[in-house]
Write a protein that binds this ligand. Structure first.
Ligand SMILES: [Fe+2]
Ligand SMILES: [Fe+2]
Length: 448
C-alpha cells in the first residue's frame, strides 16, 4: 500500500521506452524536464512521495534540481538515476541522512520500486503480526481508545487470524478471544453473533492491516462481479471511516479512502442498468456507517445525474466520505444529526461542522475546490438560499445525507413521505428527478 505517486524526471528515451509497459503497484508521473518536475512538486494535489531524477540532465543541473526540491520539501527522497558511470553524482556521507540516493544502471521500473520498498518499509510490509502478550479468556482493563471495532457479521474469514481479537464486555473490560495465528472459522464468529456480539475489537495499530485485508478482498470481489461486492465495499467503507475518525486525514487513511471510493464507483456503474439495483443496497446501507452509505448513495445519484467518468464520480465520493469529518473530529461518537437530540455543546459543533470540515480539508492542501465547497455547503439548500450558488456536488451529498437520516434510518412512513413531498423539493429539479428515478428502481418493501 503506497499512497501518492512517484515523480520520474527523465529524458533518456531508451530507459523510458523500456519501462513504459512495465506494470507497477505504484503510480509514476513522468515529466521530461527538471522545470516541469518542480511545477508538479509544488502542487500538493499530485501527492508526490518520492522523486527519481535522471543524471542525464548533467551533474550541475541535477544538483540544482535537488536544491530547488529542498526549497519546497525538505524531506522528500530524491533518488538519482545514473545510466552512465561518468554521470554519477558524487554523494557525501550525509546523503542518506538527507534522503538523497543514487541507483546506478537501473534496468527496469522494479529497480526503482525496490528502492522505494527500502525507503518506505512500513507501507509495503503487511506481514509479521504476532500474538500480543495478553492472555486469552481473561477480563482485562484496557483502554477503549486503543481499539477499533469491526462488525462481527462482516469479520473477514482467513484460515488463521491475522489479528489479535478482543471482545468488549458490558463492564467496559476487554477479553481476548483470538491470538494472531489462531485458527479462525465461521463457526466461531457465528457463536459470537448468536450471543449478540455485534463488534469485535482490534488494536488500533493492527487495524490498518485489517483495512488493508478488507481492501484486497473487496478488490477481488469487485473484479469477479460477485454478488457480495456491495457488502464488501460497504465493509471496506466502514473501516475507512473508522480509520479517518481515529487517525484523521492522513496519507494511509486517504489511500484506503481512494481505493474504497474507486471500488464503489465500479460497483455503482455496474448497478446502473440493473432494474432492482437498490435491492441489494438497502440492507447494507442500513447497517453501514453513515458516511459509507452517503458515499454509495451519492455515487448512484451522481451517475444518474449524468456524471459519467470515474474521476467525476470519485470526486463526489471523496466529498461524501468526508462531509461530516468535523463531527468525527469533535467527537468520534457524535450521536446523531437530529438537532433535537443534541446537547447545547453538540448543537454548537453541529452548527459549524460543515464550515469546519471544509477548513480542515483546505488546510490539507490536497483536495480539489469542488470537494471543499461540497463539504462547506452540504447543509445549504437552494430553496432557502436562492441567492447563493450551491454546487451540484453539495446538492447530491445534501440530498443523500437527508435521505439516509429520513428514509434509510427513519422508521416511520411519514418521514419517508415527507422526504419525497418536501425535503427533495429543496434541491434542484434535476436532483429531485434523478433521486426519484433511483428509487423507482427499488422493489423492496422499504421503497419510499
Ligand atoms: Fe453534516
Ligand atoms: Fe451527514
Amino acid at each position: 500500500m503506497f499512497y501518492g505517486q512517484c515523480l520520474l524526471i527523465e529524458r533518456d528515451s531508451f530507459f523510458l521506452d523500456r519501462i513504459q509497459n512495465e506494470k507497477s503497484e505504484i503510480p509514476f508521473l513522468t515529466v521530461r524536464s527538471p522545470r516541469e518536475g518542480i511545477t508538479v512538486l509544488s502542487r500538493p494535489q499530485y501527492r508526490i512521495k518520492a522523486i527519481f531524477v535522471s543524471t542525464s540532465f548533467g551533474i550541475m543541473e541535477s544538483k540544482k534540481l535537488l536544491s530547488d526540491v529542498r526549497a519546497i520539501n525538505e524531506e522528500i527522497p530524491v533518488i538519482y538515476l545514473c545510466h552512465h558511470s561518468h554521470l554519477a553524482i558524487p554523494l557525501d556521507n550525509d546523503a542518506a541522512k538527507n534522503q538523497v540516493f543514487q541507483i546506478e544502471n537501473p534496468e527496469r521500473k522494479s529497480d526503482l520500486i525496490h528502492k522505494l520498498k527500502e525507503l518506505f518499509p512500513n507501507q509495503f510490509n503487511w506481514q509479521g503480526i504476532e500474538a500480543s502478550p495478553e492472555e486469552k479468556g481473561q477480563e482485562l482493563q484496557l483502554k477503549e481508545e486503543d481499539f477499533i471495532g469491526v462488525k462481527t457479521e462482516d469479520f473477514l474469514l482467513t484460515s488463521k487470524s491475522f489479528f489479535n481479537v478482543f471482545l468488549k464486555m458490558p463492564s467496559g473490560k476487554f477479553v481476548k478471544i483470538l491470538h494472531a495465528g489462531d485458527p479462525l472459522d465461521s463457526g466461531l464468529l457465528e457463536k459470537y453473533e448468536e450471543k449478540n456480539v455485534t463488534e469485535l475489537w482490534i488494536k488500533e495499530e493492527e487495524h490498518r492491516r485489517y483495512t488493508n485485508l478488507t481492501e484486497k478482498t473487496a478488490a477481488q470481489l469487485v473484479k469477479s462481479n460477485s454478488g457480495k461486492q456491495v457488502t464488501a465495499i460497504c465493509h471496506l467503507g466502514d473501516n475507512v471511516v473508522r480509520e479517518l475518525t481515529k487517525f484523521g486525514i492522513d496519507d494511509n487513511a486517504m489511500a484506503f479512502a481512494d481505493k474504497f471510493v474507486g471500488h464503489s464507483v465500479a460497483v455503482i456503474k455496474r448497478l446502473r442498468n440493473v432494474e432492482s439495483r437498490m435491492d441489494p443496497l438497502w440492507e447494507e446501507l442500513l447497517n453501514s456507517e453513515h458516511s459509507t452509505a452517503v458515499v454509495v448513495l451519492s455515487g448512484l445519484l451522481a451517475n444518474e445525474l449524468g456524471f459519467e467518468s470515474s474521476k467525476a464520480i470519485k470526486l463526489v465520493g471523496v466529498a461524501a466520505l468526508l462531509h461530516d469529518i468535523a463531527l468525527f473530529k469533535a467527537d468520534p461518537h457524535f450521536p446523531t444529526e437530529n438537532e433535537q437530540d443534541l446537547s447545547e455543546e453538540q448543537k454548537k459543533i453541529f452548527k459549524s461542522h460543515a464550515k469546519d470540515g471544509a477548513e480542515m480539508l483546505r488546510k490539507e492542501g490536497i483536495f480539489e475546490e469542488v470537494v471543499i465547497q461540497a463539504v462547506a455547503q452540504h447543509h445549504d439548500r437552494r430553496k432557502s438560499l436562492p441567492s447563493r450558488q450551491i454546487n451540484l456536488v453539495s446538492e447530491i451529498i445534501g440530498a443523500c445525507d437527508t435521505f439516509y437520516h429520513k428514509v434509510v434510518k427513519g422508521q416511520d412512513e411519514m418521514a419517508k413521505r415527507f422526504f419525497l413531498s418536501d425535503d427533495l423539493k429543496e434541491f434542484s429539479p434535476s436532483v429531485e428527478k434523478a433521486f426519484l428515478k433511483i428509487l423507482s428502481g427499488s422493489k423492496t418493501k422499504k421503497q419510499a
